[in-house]
Design a binder for this molecule. Structure first.
Ligand code: ZN
Ligand code: ZN
Length: 89
């Protein structure tokens, strides 16, 4: 799979979990390799601008060395960051 780019956390983790469970390539049935990808967390409040609080987490992302390019070393997910701050309890 590819590194996330402006993806929401839920769909990224769903995709990641499915790929990890599968463990093999859908196309050639080869065992997936894992690549370390540093995923930055950006705020959806900033729209398409990649900005956030500078948090970054390493993820292991499976990919097929036969059918796919190695995932990019860096990616980002976009999550609501200020929702809890504004008008929250
Ligand atoms: Zn493959
Ligand atoms: Zn971003």
């Amino acid at each position: 799979m590819k590194s996330p780019h402006r993806q929401d956390l839920e769909s990224f983790e769903r995709e990641l979990l499915q790929a990890l469970k599968r463990g093999r390539c859908l196309l050639c049935d080869r065992i997936m390799q894992l690549a370390t990808v540093y995923v930055s967390v950006h705020a959806t409040e900033f729209g398409n601008t990649c900005a956030g609080q500078g948090r970054c987490y390493p993820y292991l992302i499976p990919y097929c060395p036969n059918c796919e390019l190695q995932p990019k070393e860096k990616g980002c997910i976009h999550v609501p960051m200020f929702a809890g701050l504004i008008g929250g309890a």
